[in-house]
Design a protein around this ligand. Sequence first.
Ligand code: NAD
Length: 506
Amino acid sequence: TTPRPALLASRMASTQASGAPIKLNNPSLWITEGGFINGKFTKGTGNGTFDVINPGNGQVLGSLPEMTVDDTRQAIQHAKEALKSWRKTTEYERAAILQKIFQLQMDNAEDLAQIITAENGKPLADARGEISYGGSYFSWYAGEVVRNYGDVIPSLVKGVQNTTLKQPIGVCAIITPWNFPNAMVTRKLAAALAAGNTVVLKAPSETPFSALAMAEILRQAGVPDGVFNVVLTEKNTPAIGKELCENPTVHKLSFTGSTRVGKILMQQASGTLKKLSFELGGNAPFIVFDDADLDKAVAGAVACKFRSSGQTCVCGNRLLVQDGIYDKFAAKLVEAVKNFKVGQGAEDGITHGPLIHTAAVKKVQEHVDDAVSRGAKVLVGGKKIDVPGYFYEPTVLGDVTECAIDNEETFGPLAPLYRFKTEEEAIERANDTEVGLAGYFFTENIARVHRVSAALEVGMVGVNTGLISQAGVPFGGVKESGFGREGSKYGLQDWQQIKLVALGGL
Ligand code: NAD
């Protein structure tokens, strides 16, 4: 792209005027003017602003302009215009740009991590991890897209050659949640751009600054105007979401968020039969068999259940522990949880940060109260922490029986331990839910590894590990956890359409 010194100067001025609330090496990554349409940061046509809160202290971090349906239509039109030339770039040209985005993301990793921590609350170490993970999708797809071959298919009829072309889908909409402010965007965007699509992102109102920093990174990397656009909103979310679903120029919607909102969007998108990819809620079983390595299982539970204070879609929601190992596992997990350092993510040594808002704290309390009223015991934690910000004590509940958590993700730092006797019982309980994103189990028995991996009704299985996601492997769910895959060669296919060219008369 052409450099825009005037724009940059005005943006720097406004950043300084509004005062970036955190210390950044590169203050141009803290953007306050508004969304990003056709290569320019803009407040759009709306009235008013919405506040972004630092969940670590409950204070306003900044305000951004509330954008409108008209702004969204404009962004879509620019994405349509930009598609004309972007789709004609070669895979090698797009790979070079993706590689540059990756490099810029890594060069600015510390600033990007600071922005995540300020608006999401997670500890800086986790935010740094998210930047590496999020960035890796750009480098991975830069490599993948130049090896993305079509087919030559044998013909039944003489004199005909059948080939397939993999082409972009066109203008695509992306809607992402706040829990991974950078990676939820990059996991979609890297593959979307690699495939030659143009994009309109509706950023989450809780964490828009990370999305805007991403826009600036893409601008600096030379992504042409209109190829990536960001609209911002809090109160106009349903209206802008509806526009993205119903606008006939948009040919695909990729959504990550709750199953509840996914169902609304699917209905709205049916009028234009858009291609959909949905990464929705989870309710992951985390099974510990008697023959598990105890230390591995506890470490897995700490990583998988408590990372981001339990605010990940793949986090273990129900910990099913076999009778023979139950007491030892419970004691060791409680010990580990007691060692957590809970506090503001930007402070040194903090291992676990706040929840995103008060409603999230309330939901954890409701799940604890419900389980306890049915006989569960609080082994550690069990109440909110009375400091500014939205904190809940990391909690382990023992002897959990039937309760609300069975069917609802807590999305908070609550590990409920359910006791079971047999493998069959564990599998039946694990699958007894409408959703199926991730599942985990711990065992040292190789036959059981194969049996249980095959039996779990989920899109991703972690065996003897609590962490499963990387750019080269497919991420996604089954049942009401959605459809489509992100990452891996399958993730690229989701952003392409396949065209048959049957060449006759040869
Ligand atoms: P949410 O569904 O409320 O919001 C997600 C996004 O959708 C946000 O950008 C929000 O502003 C937007 N949104 C809300 N209502 C909308 C509407 N009517 N029209 C258009 N957009 C709308 O989810 P959340 O509470 O912010 O995020 C947590 C949920 O996301 C959890 O259920 C979690 O499991 C899920 N999640 C899934 C994955 C995955 O990959 N499967 C990853 C992260 C989070």
